[in-house]
Structure formats: structure tokens, C-alpha cells
Design a protein around this ligand. Structure first.
Ligand code: FAD
Length: 474
């Protein structure tokens, strides 16, 4: 078996550095087939949304080039991973398959099946952790259960630190004599064409490991100082924007852990956000139905409204509340939205429009380049108040006050809602209150060039609190 090849299966770890399973594959001494499978076919899979597919195409392109530099070629296959892995193993008589673990419930179930079918065939199946600081089961309360509150969870993580140093990228991969046939990336048609709604994505993002490293270097040099306060300001570009790179595993959290000066308040704040990512994965692992079910069952009887027209105004950034509209348009144009604005926009959908958080979760899933099952579901349930350690439902964001506090000069709104850009700062977050003369000076005709608010926030707030009173307590 010594000369039989092994398969390295890339999944959400599209990088060469700090990939423990890749190192193990190299150490096996066998020729390596690097493989990526586009698996839209496994039932229960949350298949990737449009924005993520755009990212995936670019990221695989970049990975393919990096592999070529070290003597390997990426094999692409499409279909059910649970069929493709055993078939390919037989086809090339592979002695082992290596991968880094994913923690989505469907991925765990699928990989467990694959492991069994490989061992039944006499092949080895080896997996490692590359995408979390701690495996979701490693951190437990004193009674051995999962954490439901972030602060003690993160404290337990910090007490369990230090984390291993990242492992270097292999210098070369031994190539097999024969190469199995695979797909062409272009044939997967992951990029939008007619229309090309992703054309602005190219200006904002460089998917791939080199792009992730450049983003990290830029963050450390220009944005980390002042991060603790600045991270809440959508008008400043103070956060790392590493989320899609982390989701696709173009960089891993251990690399971030070792890149910052721990003990410095700014660095510790940044690492605590990485801690939130860990917490979301911990929650998803222990509550696998989190993407579809309320973590607090009391919310099962919440009287959500069916409001397709309201949902559309929100999706299109036409609610008449500038900070919400700016966020929703930033999302559509760039595939990303600032965290503070995600909270404001989510709160507006759930509490001002009384639309089920799962509608928002689905829209984000399709439009975010960083769409991540754990972070997205936990984020939505956090805002709804139905999740673990969540904001209470009765704390309802006022979109005007939030805009004025976190985008005080309206620079963010002006960037994404150009039709009201000429309003003076005083009215930029409340155009419907501006005097007629100010509106006309700014070239605005409310209801025509920019919408009137789709709901009155004060009335909507009362309606939301009344609805909340209707639900049973847990
Ligand atoms: P930074 O501030 O630079 O933080 C560094 C990293 O920490 C991020 O890249 C991310 O991986 C992690 N992180 C930061 N904040 C959070 C958080 N609240 N929860 C979990 N991880 C966090 N994040 C996603 O990666 N994918 C999603 O699908 C997603 N959906 C969300 C939906 C809602 C309704 C909300 C409120 C938040 C959501 N988030 C999601 C979390 C957060 O908004 C983004 O991770 C963050 O805005 C990414 O920007 P950044 O990389 O510049 O963050």
C-alpha cells in the first residue's frame, strides 16, 4: 500500500498554511490527490447562496494556483460527497483520506458515514481541527454540559489557552503517476452572468489565502489601534473584514491568535470577537436545530406577521429608514454588512416589521459572502431574543437613534443611499421630519425619489411589545 496515493479533501479550509490534516497527509509519504467536492446534493445540506458561490469560485482559483506552485493539481468533482469519496478511493486505490473537520450538523453526519465506509473498505480516514481554537466539545461547564452564556464560555477558553502554533504550509506535494478526471471550475457556473450582480465584489474582496493574509496585515497595521470603539462605527473602516476568509478557511483562528499581541486591550477585544465565532459553533454543535428552531421554545408561539411587501422593502433597502437601507444596500452591492448595521437591520425586520427571523436568516444566507451557518443563525437568534445569551426582545433598536449615534455625520448613509446624500447632517437619519424647503434644496421628493418610512417606529415598537406579551414563558 506504500505507493498508493492518499486523498486530501479540501472543505472549509481553502489554504495551505496551518492545515494539520494536510501536514499529516504529507507525512504519510504517499502521493497526494488534492480534492474539492461541490456538494449540493446531500439532503439537509444548506447549499451555498449566490454570494458564497462567487467567493468559492475565486477562492478555488487561488487555491489551484497555490497548489500548482508546490507540484499538485486540484481535482474538482461535483455531487454527493458520501458517494464521491468512496468511489474515488476505489478508483485510484487510495490508502487514506485526510480532511480538516467541519462542525455543521449535516457535515458531521455525512463525515461520520464517510469514515465508516472508508474503514469498511480497508482505507484510513483521518481528520483534524483547523477551523476553531477549541473543538466544540472541548469546552464544558463544571457539570460537563455546554455553555449558554458567552462570558463564562470565553473565560473557560482563555483558561484553557495557549493554543498551538500554526503549522507551516508544505513545500511540495508528491504527485501521483496518474491523475483521475475531474470537472472544470468554469463548468460549475458559480459566477453570476446575466446580470453580473457581483461586479462590485471584485473591488472589495480578494478571495484566497494571499488575500486573507493581506487583509490581516492591513488590519494589524492600520485598524487594530482604536478597534475597541471604532468597531461599532460603520462610517469608519475599523474592523478586519476577515469574516469570509475565516468562513472559507483561507485563514484559521490559530493564525489570528498568534498574530496579535495578547494582553493589549485592542487585541483582546478582537480575540473576544473570534471568541464569539467559537461560541456560535459551540452552540450549533450542541443545538443542531439552531438554524431552524428557536433556542427558546417560548418563541414558537410568537405571532409573526406574513408581510411579503414589507419583506421586499427591507431586502431592497427601501424601508425609508436610512441606516437600515444603507445596510441592506451595502449587503447587496458588496456581499457584506457592518456588524452594527446587521444588528440594526435585523432588529428592524424582526421588531418593526414583525417578520420571522428565519426570513432574514435566509436572505443573509444568500447575499453574504461570509454566510456561515453557525454565526448567521446565532446572530439572528441573538437579535430576536430567541437565542442563547441573546438581547432581550423588549430592547428594540430605534433606527434613527442608532444611526445618529453610530454614523453621526451620515457618511455611511450617504455612501449607500446617494439619493438623500445632499441632506444636512441634522436630517440625514430622519428625512421625513425635514422641512419641505430642505428636502427640495436636497432634490428629494419623499415617496418618489426616496420612500416614506414603511412603518412608524413608535407605533411598530408598541405593536412588537404587545406581540411579545402574547408568548408563553419558557
Ligand atoms: P471583526 O470585528 O473584525 O471580527 C473578527 C472576526 O470575529 C469576524 O471575521 C468573525 O469571524 C468573528 N465575529 C465578529 N463578530 C461576531 C459575532 N457577533 N458572531 C460571530 N462571530 C463574530 N458573521 C459571519 O461570519 N457570518 C454570518 O453569516 C453572520 N451573520 C450575522 C447575522 C446577524 C443578524 C448578525 C447580527 C451578525 C452576523 N455575523 C455573521 C457576525 C458579524 O456581524 C460578522 O462576523 C462581522 O460583521 C464580520 O466583520 P469583520 O470580519 O470585519 O469582524
Amino acid at each position: 500500500m506504500a505507493d498508493n496515493p492518499v486523498i486530501f479533501w479540501f472543505r472549509q479550509d481553502l489554504r495551505l498554511t496551518d492545515s494539520p490534516a494536510l501536514v499529516e497527509a504529507v507525512e504519510s509519504g504517499a502521493p497526494i490527490i488534492p480534492l474539492y467536492i461541490l456538494d449540493d446534493a446531500t439532503p439537509e445540506t444548506w447549499s451555498m447562496g449566490g454570494a458564497s458561490r462567487w467567493w468559492l469560485h475565486r477562492s478555488l482559483e487561488s487555491l489551484g494556483k497555490s497548489l500548482e506552485k508546490i507540484g499538485a493539481r486540484l481535482l474538482l468533482r461535483r455531487g454527493r460527497a458520501a458517494e464521491i469519496i468512496p468511489q474515488l478511493t476505489e478508483e485510484i486505490e487510495a490508502s487514506a483520506v485526510f480532511w480538516n473537520r467541519c462542525y455543521e450538523p449535516y457535515a458531521i453526519a455525512r463525515d461520520t458515514r464517510i469514515k465508516k465506509s472508508l474503514t469498511d473498505r480497508g482505507a484510513d480516514a483521518r481528520s483534524c481541527n483547523a477551523s476553531l481554537l477549541f473543538e466544540p466539545w472541548e469546552i464544558a461547564t463544571r457539570s460537563g454540559g455546554p455553555y449558554k452564556v458567552f462570558t463564562p464560555f470565553w473565560r473557560a477558553c482563555l483558561n484553557a489557552a495557549p493554543r498551538p502554533e500554526p503549522v507551516p504550509a508544505p513545500e511540495s506535494l508528491a504527485a501521483p503517476e496518474a491523475r483521475p478526471a475531474g470537472d472544470r471550475l468554469e463548468d460549475w457556473k458559480l459566477l453570476p452572468t446575466n446580470p453580473d450582480w457581483a461586479k462590485e465584489f471584485r473591488d472589495d474582496w480578494t478571495p484566497g489565502e494571499a488575500g486573507a493574509q493581506a487583509r490581516l496585515a492591513d488590519f494589524l497595521e492600520h485598524r487594530l489601534t482604536g478597534y475597541a470603539d471604532g468597531r461599532d462605527r460603520p462610517d469608519r473602516s475599523q474592523t478586519s473584514r476577515l469574516s469570509p476568509h475565516l468562513h472559507f478557511g483561507e485563514i484559521g483562528p490559530r493564525q489570528l491568535w498568534h498574530a496579535v499581541d495578547r494582553g493589549r486591550p485592542e487585541s483582546d477585544k478582537f480575540l473576544s470577537e473570534i471568541g464569539w465565532r467559537e461560541f456560535c459553533h459551540h452552540l450549533l454543535f450542541h443545538c443542531p436545530s439552531m438554524p431552524s428552531d428557536n433556542l427558546r421554545p417560548a418563541f414558537d408561539s410568537f405571532p409573526w406577521r406574513e408581510d411579503p411587501a414589507g419583506l421586499r422593502t427591507w431586502q431592497r433597502g427601501m424601508t425609508g429608514y436610512p441606516i437600515v437601507d444603507a445596510g441592506m444596500r451595502e449587503l447587496w452591492r458588496t456581499g457584506w454588512m457592518h456588524n452594527r448595521v446587521r444588528m440594526i437591520a435585523a432588529s428592524f425586520l424582526i421588531k418593526d416589521l414583525l417578520i420571522d427571523w428565519r426570513e432574514g436568516e435566509r436572505w443573509f444566507w444568500n447575499t453574504l459572502v461570509d454566510a456561515d451557518l453557525a454565526n448567521n443563525a446565532a446572530g439572528w437568534q441573538w437579535v430576536a431574543g430567541s437565542g442563547a445569551d441573546a438581547a432581550p426582545f423588549f430592547r428594540i433598536f430605534n433606527p434613527v437613534a442608532q444611526g445618529e449615534k453610530f454614523d453621526p455625520d451620515g457618511a455611511y448613509v450617504r455612501r449607500y443611499v446617494p439619493e438623500i446624500a445632499d441632506l444636512p447632517d441634522r436630517w440625514i437619519h430622519r428625512p421625513w421630519e425635514a422641512p419641505e424647503a430642505v428636502l427640495s434644496e436636497a432634490g428629494i421628493q419623499l415617496g418618489t425619489t426616496y420612500p416614506m418610512p414603511v412603518v412608524d417606529h413608535k407605533t411598530a415598537r408598541r405593536r412588537a411589545l404587545d406581540a411579545f406579551r402574547e408568548i408563553k414563558s419558557d
